[in-house]
Design a protein around this ligand. Structure first.
Ligand code: RB5
Length: 150
């Protein structure tokens, strides 16, 4: 499985820890940066990773900024992306099971490394349940289509 990773300066430590963790567990990682603590704009990095996921160059994506909020909002502007900002393992599991989220966003200033890695595992080890949830996800994507055709 190929995973797109990206962060801003506020998420670099957690992004690096996630990268190491994923590689150790034999996931293929595509790292879109940032790679230093120099201040950058999170939408630029969200856009790169979200585009890779939307274009199916990666199976899913994991984003990190200070809160996980800005980078998640930005990712959701890319057509085809369902990105959930998560700070607990239950939400991480459920957003794959019920929302078929193809990206998650974490906040390094909110979530420590230990919990952050557990959140990543909970998300990756969960599966979309389909059924009644498929209809709801379809409705989300229908809204995206309606708005894009305006
Ligand atoms: C950067 O200082 C910070 O605003 C960013 O990492 C993130 O928390 C935004 O939502």
């Amino acid at each position: 499985m190929k995973i797109a990773l990206a962060c801003d300066h506020g998420g670099i430590n957690l992004k690096e820890a996630i990268k190491k963790h994923l590689e150790k567990n034999n996931y293929e990682v595509v790292d879109f940066g940032t790679d230093t603590t120099d201040s950058v704009d999170y939408p630029d990095y969200a856009f790169k990773a979200a585009t890779a996921v939307a274009q199916k160059d990666a199976d899913c994506g994991i984003l990190v900024c200070g809160t996980g909020i800005g980078i998640g909002i930005a990712a959701n502007k890319v057509k085809g992306i369902r990105c959930a900002t998560v700070g607990d393992t239950f939400s991480a599991r459920m957003t794959k099971a019920h929302n078929d989220a193809n990206m998650i966003a974490l906040g390094e200033r909110v979530t420590g490394i230990g919990l952050g890695l557990d959140i990543v595992d909970a998300y990756l080890n969960s599966s979309f349940e389909g059924g009644r949830h498929q209809k709801r996800v379809d409705k989300i994507m229908e809204i995206e289509k309606l708005l894009n055709n305006r």
